[in-house]
Ligand binder design. Structure first.
Ligand SMILES: Cc1cc2nc3c(=O)[nH]c(=O)nc-3n(C[C@H](O)[C@H](O)[C@H](O)COP(=O)(O)OP(=O)(O)OC[C@H]3O[C@@H](n4cnc5c(N)ncnc54)[C@H](O)[C@@H]3O)c2cc1C
Length: 400
């Protein structure tokens, strides 16, 4: 006897940010929609995001905030479902939010406000959600009105449109997998090898001891690598360097490259030292540096230097230039990153050349869609990744 096939217009794999958004919007068009997820709870990354407050979008969404092998791909979807559209949805639900800095919008209360909003949208539109449902045996289907079939928790399922919204492999403990990449490869679609992005650096050289000693200290710095510059906070950790500035530059960093860190970007150290030497000659270099940073930083930074006990009067011109260089261009060669264990995103993913930028549909496989993080589009820190999830989801939802 042939196995009974349960049919939906649309099946979405992954009940995360993109999957839930796409499901609600597609069901709003009258499509019957099933969302399957192997996790025991929907939207786990949403709940974890933004330190529990979900940085759900940004006032200043522009394509240059995204990394992709095709920087133009994201433009169409971002233009058609904008941050203002998502903000309008958030406001319709009365979710309280605030701008933290640089246009980053966070919930006043909890990230669950965003997840509950998405689940409520799904419920109102009649979306069926199956959790604890592993997916296997995805294949094209030859039955009428059915283009793809799969096994979901042992049930044979069929659909006209299959939406892959299974995210990237960062934070595996939250149920993250590389399933979407494998599925794309199964259909012969090109996938750019994923790697951890928005992730802290690890150090092994002499700078490791300094980071350990300064663990917990934060400085507002400017970091440069591979032609990119970010100005934000940097945090010393037991393992290396973290904080928003380091997470941002990590997405551009390649193994073997050095970071150039300006520890005092608001000051011109060489001329400032000369001026201070004239005005406050008896001041110790350590106390001068502590005034601009922290006492702990000044102590540890100067601990192994020749100027540990120097007063400003004792410094030669060459000393002052060397001190300025060491503070304005601190060169750090990371040993690596903390990897998917703590990364906020995975760079790489399904090659955008395989997809329509208007619909997110695979060019060679009608009815097969990829949305969200599984696609080779990765945002900067600051709410840009969720905005990509919402925008790509809505783009697909109009055509599934
Ligand atoms: C700690 C942390 C904090 C973050 N904070 C922010 C933030 O504040 N702002 C921001 O913009 N971005 C943030 N991000 C990034 C953001 O969470 C992701 O970009 C976004 O969740 C991607 O959405 P998605 O729907 O593509 O994938 P996800 O939200 O990861 O959803 C994928 C879903 O697919 C399911 N799945 C995976 N494999 C399978 C499988 N084999 N079978 C069935 N289901 C499967 C998963 O269980 C999951 O529910 C953060 C990420 C992390 C890890």
């Amino acid at each position: 006897m042939t196995e009974m096939l349960q049919k939906f217009d649309v099946i979405v794999i992954g009940a995360g940010a993109a999957g839930l958004m796409c499901a609600a919007q597609a069901a709003g068009r009258g499509r019957s929609v099933l969302v399957v997820d192997h996790a025991n709870k929907a939207g786990k990354k949403i709940l974890m995001s933004g330190g529990g407050r979900c940085n759900f979008t940004n006032y200043y969404v522009t394509p240059d905030k995204y990394l992709s092998h095709n920087p133009h791909f994201c433009k169409s979807a971002l233009k058609r479902y904008t941050q203002w559209d998502f903000i309008a949805l958030v406001e319709r639900y009365g979710v309280a939010y605030h701008e933290k800095k640089d246009g980053q919008l966070f919930c006043d209360n909890k990230a669950s406000d965003i997840l509950n909003m998405l689940l409520s949208e799904c419920e109102q539109q009649g979306v069926t959600i199956w959790l604890d449902t592993p997916v296997s045996a995805v294949a094209q289907c030859t039955l009428r009105g059915c283009r793809y079939q799969l096994k979901g928790g042992g049930v044979l399922l069929g659909c006209e449109s299959l939406v892959v919204a299974s995210g990237g492999p960062s934070i595996p403990t939250l149920g993250a997998t590389g399933f979407g990449y494998e599925l794309a490869q199964q259909f012969g679609l090109k996938v750019y090898a994923p790697r951890a992005g928005l992730v802290p650096f690890t150090l092994t050289d002499h700078n490791k001891q300094l980071s350990e000693a300064l663990s917990g200290t934060a400085l507002n710095i400017e970091v440069e690598c591979a032609g990119q510059v970010f100005r934000d906070d940097m945090l010393f950790t037991h393992r290396g360097l973290s904080g928003p500035a380091m997470l941002q530059i990590s997405s551009y960093w390649q193994a073997g490259q050095s970071l150039s860190i300006n520890l005092l970007p608001d000051h011109e150290v060489a001329s400032l030292l000369r001026q201070q030497q004239h005005e406050r000659p008896k001041l110790s270099l350590k106390n001068w540096l502590a005034e601009l940073t922290t006492q702990k930083f000044a102590e540890k930074w100067l601990a192994s230097s020749a100027w540990q006990q120097s007063t400003l009067a004792q410094l030669s011109g060459a000393d002052m230039d060397a001190i300025a260089l060491s503070l304005h261009q601190w060169l750090v060669k990371p040993a690596g990153t903390e990897g998917y264990r703590t990364a906020e995103v995975a760079l790489g993913g399904v090659d955008t050349d395989e997809l329509s930028s208007k619909t997110m549909e695979a060019q060679r496989f009608p009815g097969l869609f990829f949305i969200g993080e599984v696609v080779d589009v990765t945002g900067h820190l600051g709410g840009f990744n969720f905005q990509w999830a919402w925008s790509s989801a809505v783009a697909a939802a109009e055509f599934v």
